[in-house]
Design a protein around this ligand. Sequence first.
Ligand SMILES: [Cu+2]
Length: 149
Amino acid sequence: MTRFAVVAMMAVALVGCGGDGGDQSQEAAPEADAAPAPGTVTIVEPADGAELDAGPVIFVMETEGVEIVSAGNMDPGTGHHHLIVDADVDWTLPIPNDPGVHYHMGLAQTEFTVEDLTPGEHRIIAVVADGVHIPLDPPVADTITVVVR
Ligand SMILES: [Cu+2]
């Protein structure tokens, strides 16, 4: 009984400190003997299909299997976040730097505020790219659609 209680408390503690999306790359092994998966990125905020009030929108990204580092770092298995608004991705070229369409989180940020989404529907693509801003291969990306009122 006591031992069970300790284990339960540890589980709660682990869940409790998982909120920052930080260093969890090694821990979550979804299935035993799975091939080494390419990383994944998920836009956890806002939700896909969300209807948003006009004004700044905070996008929050979570990754698994890829470490988020600053731009310039070319270590394998690392990259930094980008948000692409209403544009397609060229998976072989560096992501452009034109605010309004392409945003770089070059300081290893995992969230970013887009200030100027116009009313209407927008397709947002999160892309993890390497130190020179070329999307990782295989792609680590997530696409959502939001509607600004
Ligand atoms: Cu970049």
